[in-house]
Design a protein around this ligand. Sequence first.
Ligand code: HEC
Ligand code: HEC
Ligand code: HEC
Ligand code: HEC
Ligand code: HEC
Ligand code: HEC
Ligand code: HEC
Length: 411
Amino acid sequence: MATRRLIGMLMAVACVAALTFASRTAARPQQTKPSSPGRAIAQVNDGESAARTNFLGDAACRGCHQEIGDTYARTGHHLTSQLPTKDSILGKFTDGANILRTSDPDLHFRMDEKESGFYETAVFWQPPDEKTRTERIDIVTGSGEKGQTYLYWKGNQLFQLPVSYWSELKGWTNSPGYTDGIANFDRPIVPECLQCHATYFESLPSENAENYYRKTDFVLGISCERCHGPGREHAENERLNPTAVFSGTHSIVNPASLPRDRQIEVCAQCHGGIGQLIVPAFSYVPGQQLDNYFRLPHPNADARVDVHGNQVALTQKSRCYQNSQMTCTTCHDVHAPERAAASYSAKCLQCHKDRECGEFAKLGAKIRENCIDCHMPLQDSDLIVADLKGKQIKARIRNHWVKVYATGQNP
Ligand code: HEC
Ligand code: HEC
Ligand code: HEC
Ligand code: HEC
Ligand code: HEC
Ligand code: HEC
Ligand code: HEC
């Protein structure tokens, strides 16, 4: 069953994490005790090190790159993790809309907005025997493009909450992979999860679990520097020498100037499937070789369509990729919000003529309007399934393997 597979996957993440924990602690470099928030040193095994103090945060970049800063603020990347507010949480707290019933008549969930925050409560049994368990929503994950999942702190440990929001349903639903009718507040949030959905969290060493983090020192959203590397030197240089003639280096990584493999790896750190960390999370610096930090799943093992799938491996299977210098940014401008799928047809036509398409004879120039739905079809994800009162809702994902699909094909 698909649900079971998702649980399997999430368990696999947890297991991989658990298995690597021993070796990882062994390999973990001595971390300098932070003297103030944000001062931890992340070291990596090839001798490169990037002091956290060299990372400035997006506000510093926006001062000089205002246009990019403004459009970037509306992207899924920027919004993929946020503090809880009335706006950032897409689910409703109004009476009636704040209840999620389950297949068990003796369990429902209630979402409440209070002075002190936003809460999820599991309500067991009926009055007068009613019992409840309540936790506060502390972090919102997911911009809501497809959905959102909520996290809570228990001491210094971070856990996932049982009720998520699913955009297609415009409402609350069981968190993906959770069994309907069970209130599970115990799923730990592993560093891999945060590494893809946030800018920085500092792990706290612990013998028994790896979901301990410094609560006073984390950065939500995906920052400019996750793709450009630490910006302090660049910002200082540009500030001191604003009129200096461009000397070929701006002391900051521009992915466009990297060799193609390094450029793809900037995206692969998060779009290459669920891999395995071999150094502490958040160590990778753009421009470095990713496999010194992270074991990506084998391209054939994981090149499937999934919300946590592998756009990199699928793109790389395409003949377009193999026979050109195509990269992710051939089609995507990551500084601005996503556009309508069909509009990407213009990108295809940079390299192809409509006449090359076998359907041209039949459909004529009309095919120019939408190459995408035929050659990069939307397909059901097997893995993200919200099990709502027995009903299964699957995410729909673009297959990045650009090729000829039989009509209705959905492998
Ligand atoms: C004091 C102003 C200033 C600040 C602060 C600043 N930049 Fe720049 N940046 C510039 C200028 C000037 C250029 C060169 C002209 C251009 O491409 O816009 C530049 C160029 C760049 C480039 C292209 C480099 C290349 O080699 O092609 C990138 C990438 C970049 N900045 C990213 C950032 C990021 C990320 C931050 C925040 C950490 C940041 N900048 C902060 C002024 C600044
Ligand atoms: C630090 C992790 C990370 C990196 C690095 C990253 N992404 Fe993403 N990306 C995400 C996450 C997480 C989402 C989902 C955001 C959401 O909607 O919550 C996403 C969403 C997207 C989307 C979907 C729509 C949108 O919001 O724009 C595109 C396209 C995309 N990424 C392309 C890229 C490309 C191209 C690169 C490399 C230049 C890249 N990403 C680098 C994590 C990352
Ligand atoms: C390898 C990187 C990676 C890991 C690990 C990861 N995610 Fe994601 N997540 C993504 C990307 C990329 C997307 C965007 C998916 C897409 O459209 O392809 C995404 C999408 C999502 C979405 C839907 C966001 C939206 O706006 O539609 C949620 C919610 C989510 N992830 C939660 C989690 C949680 C919770 C964990 C940890 C248990 C986790 N993810 C682990 C990369 C990752
Ligand atoms: C998800 C990865 C990602 C994030 C996040 C990101 N960039 Fe970029 N940036 C890129 C890539 C890739 C390029 C090269 C684009 C290309 O191929 O032309 C680039 C290019 C640039 C350039 C060179 C000029 C240009 O427009 O191509 C500047 C300046 C820049 N980025 C600034 C920023 C700033 C400022 C932020 C944050 C507000 C930011 N970037 C966030 C991936 C990213
Ligand atoms: C950077 C250039 C480039 C872009 C952009 C591009 N392609 Fe291609 N594509 C190619 C090349 C090169 C080939 C291989 C041609 C050959 O081998 O004769 C190819 C092959 C193909 C094939 C044949 C695939 C197969 O497995 O037989 C299809 C279909 C295709 N492209 C469709 C598209 C569509 C649709 C888009 C837009 C979503 C697109 N391409 C974008 C360069 C590109
Ligand atoms: C040939 C053009 C093309 C290339 C190259 C390409 N993409 Fe996409 N990508 C698309 C289109 C089209 C969509 C659908 C956009 C939409 O639905 O609005 C998309 C959607 C996405 C999404 C959102 C997931 C979803 O299923 O809705 C992510 C994430 C993404 N791309 C990441 C990447 C990454 C990472 C790379 C590089 C490995 C890449 N893309 C290369 C065309 C491309
Ligand atoms: C209605 C669906 C549909 C649309 C729209 C469509 N294609 Fe196709 N395309 C096909 C099919 C089916 C084939 C295989 C035809 C055959 O083998 O006779 C094909 C074949 C191709 C091929 C040749 C693959 C090969 O090497 O045999 C290319 C290149 C291509 N399409 C590009 C495009 C581009 C670019 C667009 C947008 C301008 C586009 N297609 C729009 C369905 C479509």
